[in-house]
Ligand binder design. Structure first.
Ligand code: FAD
Length: 391
């Protein structure tokens, strides 16, 4: 079994988290390989590609990636009543996700990283002095060695465990379709038991004459998606389905440990995702920005022990842990609400003062769980009190 070049770091996975970590490491002059099992980064696509303006600007993404800006959205109750939530400025963008992934990989290669595609990393372990990975390309199996590795494989698979990392315990799964649509002109979020346990759906204006629509739920994703698409078609909201994207698992909650000797985990693989919406692009990129410098310093110092790398884990926990925990708690709260109560709460959104409170309670597209949790908790408490008083 031939062993290929020894790298400073092997980054497994060419998604946003992996590509960004590789870029940060390569900019430090380190010898980095991104290993991706698919023939090209960004494909097959599964994601809606919505990122906040904060993320878009922070990562200096080019306008050529923008398919649509998001200035407002319609929140639909289980019975289909809509409440429009509007902000003065653009909150987010729907991006061309495959093009974004390609761009992030191009940035890494421009900084000096190598990309090895169509190569599946099947095993990875710390040898005592470095990391050894087993990889498969076509029928060929080979070993790769490095001083360190980054697990950026997205959620699922056995590699994080083999690398001595934890993995998120809870999950949803999400899937969407591209459908013909002429009159979908703003983002819609659809709620209710029709989308299964813990589920919600979305309808997003996309390229001319097309919309993306899909859902996230705990189980029975494809059945719920079929029913959802059939309902939208029966209502005349969408026409024929042009493409069905790949169904993917979405982690809810973070991994218990994200570093081991010589290895760090970033992005979805470690559960660094907003549990409310399942959005993980921004947190994945942020985790890469924290992991990259810690790993680069450790490689340069000749000490890539878990103890040294734990400063990465401390840093992401400081930045993201409370947000993700509150988001998971908020999700747990929402999942328990029966449709009748959601319907009542939705009616309250018709009251101008309360709608303003909601809009104010969610000051940012990414960092909203704290104020939103307290808003919903207060709203649920007052609804419960009112129901108790009525008897
Ligand atoms: C239906 C749906 C819609 C979504 N919409 C949004 C959205 O609008 N906004 C948002 O922010 N997030 C969204 N997400 C979540 C978002 O897609 C993820 O959070 C994001 O892709 C995570 O990035 P990542 O780099 O951690 O992992 P990924 O993007 O999953 O990349 C991991 C890469 O690793 C490769 N890989 C895996 N295992 C191996 C291996 N053993 N060897 C080699 N390569 C390997 C994979 O092929 C893949 O290319 C959505 C998710 C779903 C399911």
């Amino acid at each position: 079994m031939p062993t290929e070049t020894t790298y400073d770091a092997i980054v497994v996975g060419a998604g946003p988290a992996g590509a960004r970590t590789a870029e940060v490491l390569a900019r430090r002059g380190l010898h980095v390989a991104i290993v991706e099992r698919e023939p090209e980064p960004g494909a097959p696509v599964h994601c809606t590609g919505i990122v906040s303006t904060e993320c878009f600007e922070h990562y200096r993404l080019p306008e050529s990636l923008i398919i649509n800006p998001v200035r407002s959205f319609v929140l639909r109750s289980p019975s289909g009543r809509g409440a429009r939530v509007k902000r003065k400025s653009t909150q987010a963008y729907v991006l061309d996700r495959p093009a974004m992934d390609r761009l992030l990989v191009e940035r890494a290669t421009a900084a000096g990283a190598e990309v090895i595609t169509s190569t599946n990393v099947t095993d990875i372990a710390w040898t005592g002095t470095g990391v050894e990975a087993q990889a498969k390309r076509g029928g060929e199996t080979f070993a790769m060695s490095a001083r360190s590795a980054v697990i950026a494989t997205g959620f699922g698979g056995k590699l994080p465990r083999k690398a001595g990392l934890g993995s998120p315990g809870d999950l949803l799964s999400g899937c969407q379709v591209v459908a013909e649509a002429r009159d979908v002109d703003q983002l819609e979020v659809l709620t209710g038991q029709a989308y299964g346990d813990g589920g919600f759906a979305w309808l997003v204006p996309w390229k001319p004459g097309l919309a993306l629509t899909g859902l996230m739920t705990r189980r029975g994703t494809m059945d719920h998606l079929g029913d959802h698409v059939a309902r939208l078609q029966a209502e005349g909201r969408i026409g024929a389905v042009r493409e069905v994207y790949r169904c993917r698992a979405i982690p809810i909650g973070t991994s218990s440990h994200t570093v081991s000797d010589g290895i760090v985990g970033v992005g979805d693989a470690m559960g660094l995702v907003k549990p409310t919406s399942g959005g993980g692009i921004y947190f994945g990129l942020l985790s890469a920005d924290l992991a990259g410098p810690v790993l680069a310093d450790a490689i340069e110092a000749g000490d890539v022990s878990a103890a040294r790398l734990s400063s990465y884990e401390n840093q992401w926990r400081e930045l993201l842990d409370a947000e993700i925990k509150q988001g998971a708690a908020l999700r747990g709260l929402i999942e328990q609400l029966p449709d009748a109560l959601v319907e009542q709460m939705h009616r309250l959104l018709g009251v101008p003062g309360l709608r303003r409170l909601l809009v104010r309670a969610a000051p940012s597209f990414d960092w909203h769980s704290g104020p939103l949790t307290s808003f919903l908790t207060r709203l649920q408490r007052s609804t419960d009190d009112a129901r108790a008083r009525v008897g």
